[in-house]
Design a protein. Structure first.
Length: 86
């Protein structure tokens, strides 16, 4: 599976949250359309079909990426994405 860029995921999650708040405070057709676009993009990037699952998967990917970057084991095999072939 392709792994989305963490920076892009963070930007999408931030924009999604901002638009959710904006729509709750003052609904607008422009914001609603952008929210639909962001929702679709999040679902595509995370390989999911619903926004809740997409946000959950995006969060998990970001945590996994942060854990690997810190040098801690993020995968159950303890390989940190390293190839074992020589």
């Amino acid at each position: 599976m392709l792994v989305p860029d963490p920076k892009t995921l963070r930007q999408l999650l931030t924009r999604y949250a901002t638009l959710q708040i904006a729509q709750a405070e003052r609904p607008s057709p422009v914001a609603a359309r952008e929210l639909e676009d962001i929702t679709y993009t999040l679902c595509v990037m995370t390989g999911t079909t619903g926004v809740r699952e997409a946000v959950t998967r995006a969060d998990a990917l970001l945590v996994r990426g942060r854990t690997v970057a810190d040098g801690r084991t993020a995968d159950p095999d303890g390989e940190n994405g390293r190839c074992l072939t020589v």
